[in-house]
Write a protein of this length. Structure first.
Length: 135
């Protein structure tokens, strides 16, 4: 393997190791300790014009963004996440209330796929609907 191939392979290996290290830092209970150490380093890099650009590449999520686009994407993502959680909770409520409430007694002819009898005196589900029989 030539020198260029070794450099590329080493660069890729270091890149993926840094990604793995970032994941470990983010899920680690000691993340506050690491960020307390990175804060002064980021401030020191940002203080000099020659190194200020490095703060955009070295842990950029630890730096407050002044970009309107990035702030919009951040708030839009939080909004979508919140709406997804609300939709999930509504769906879970509907499914589990029907599952745990008494249903109608339905007699079904499985050969003809036909409903024979529905006991109207049996309680309906929470929304007053007759549950669909499974053929």
């Amino acid at each position: 393997m030539n020198l260029r191939g070794k450099i590329v392979r080493s660069s890729i290996t270091i890149f993926y190791l840094l990604i793995g290290l970032e994941i470990i830092i983010m899920i680690s209970p000691f993340a506050a300790y690491f960020y307390a150490g990175y804060g002064p380093l980021l401030n020191a890099l940002y203080a000099f014009p020659a190194t200020a650009w490095l703060t955009g590449f070295f842990l950029p999520h630890a730096v407050v963004s002044e970009s309107d686009m990035l702030n919009f994407v951040n708030s839009f993502g939080r909004t979508l996440f919140s709406l997804g959680i609300i939709a999930f909770l509504i769906g879970a409520f509907q499914i589990y209330t029907v599952k745990h409430l008494p249903l109608l007694r339905v007699d079904v002819d499985t050969h003809k796929s036909q409903v024979l009898n529905v006991d109207k005196t049996a309680p309906r589900n929470y929304w007053g609907q007759v549950p669909m029989p499974a053929f």
